[in-house]
Design a protein. Structure first.
Length: 293
């Protein structure tokens, strides 16, 4: 292989990172078509971007990688926040980025298969891109042991040992009636009318703790590095109508910054999904749908 061909091949491979894998349709929640470049420019202008996924959807993860690549191309000063990794395992992500451990070791050291369990290969291309571009990775999620304890016994059951990786209890807001109603519908559907009010209260507290822990992680990153945008990969249930994570990041970020801005993107939404809630709050800022080849 000649040196000139090696150079050409290297340039071609680098270019492939930047090319969209599929065509997409992007709309506002009202159905207005949006231009890809205009949407990406808008996303690049804000402090935090939430990419709401269905965990098992390959199309959603392909869209996430494409958006991350495009935003990184505009400004490499970004970080990626990950619901998929729990906060005690931040050091494993740091070691992976530093080249001290490989992907298989990251998977083991983060206890990914036990604590998250969705197909590793859905997320691996994003992790590899972050490693290759040295993009910080943020472990955002609550330790599973703590979430399970709250779901069984409520927030009041937590003791000092449980508080290491979660926000202060008095900063956890469980009072949003719209979010409560949304989660109640999910709970009732899952339990088919067999649940009870105490069981739902604990379930809702666990959900809110999940949101608040991730929100604190995002807000901490923004406070430490205000010029570094955080792109958050998270289940769509934590982002729709801004109930869960976005509203809590906004509350925490606005405590230290008057000009905080964020955007939410819902990836490949299901047909028939309600595009706004009863109060008229849109499900997201943008709906991003990958078109089949």
């Amino acid at each position: 292989m000649t040196s000139s061909f090696r150079a050409f091949l290297g340039s071609a491979i680098a270019l492939l990172w930047l090319l969209p894998a599929t065509a997409q349709t992007i709309t506002s929640p009202a159905g207005a078509p949006m231009q890809r470049e205009a949407v990406l420019s808008d996303l690049a202008s804000v402090d935090a971007v939430f990419l709401g996924e269905t965990h098992t959807s390959e199309a959603d993860h392909e869209a996430q990688l494409e958006i991350i690549q495009a935003l990184h191309d505009r400004d490499p000063n970004v970080a990626i926040g990950l619901e998929m990794f729990q906060r005690p395992f931040q050091a494993a992500l740091d070691r992976y980025l530093a080249g001290e451990i490989d992907e298989a070791q990251l998977r083991r050291e983060s206890e990914y298969d036990d604590r998250w369990g969705f197909d590793w290969e859905l997320y691996a291309p994003i992790l590899r891109f972050a490693r290759d571009r040295q993009i910080p990775l943020l472990a955002l999620n609550t330790p599973a042991e703590v979430t399970r304890k709250v779901a069984r016994q409520g927030l009041a059951s937590l003791d000092a040992d449980d508080l290491t990786y979660i926000p202060a209890i008095d900063s956890i807001d469980t009072e949003d009636p719209a979010y409560r109603g949304f989660i109640q519908a999910v709970f009732d559907s899952f339990h088919a009318g067999m649940g009870n009010s105490d069981g739902f209260d604990r379930f809702f507290q666990a959900q809110v703790l999940w949101d608040e822990t991730m929100a604190e992680g995002v807000a901490r990153s923004l406070a430490a590095e205000p010029e570094r945008q955080v792109i958050v990969l998270v289940g769509e249930g934590h982002t729709i109508y801004s109930y869960g994570l976005p509203s809590r990041v906004e509350r925490r970020a606005e405590a230290v910054s008057d000009d905080f801005e964020q955007r939410t993107v819902m990836l490949n939404p299901d047909d028939g999904v309600a595009l706004e809630d009863a109060a008229g709050t849109p499900i997201a800022d943008y709906l991003w749908t990958n078109e089949s080849p």
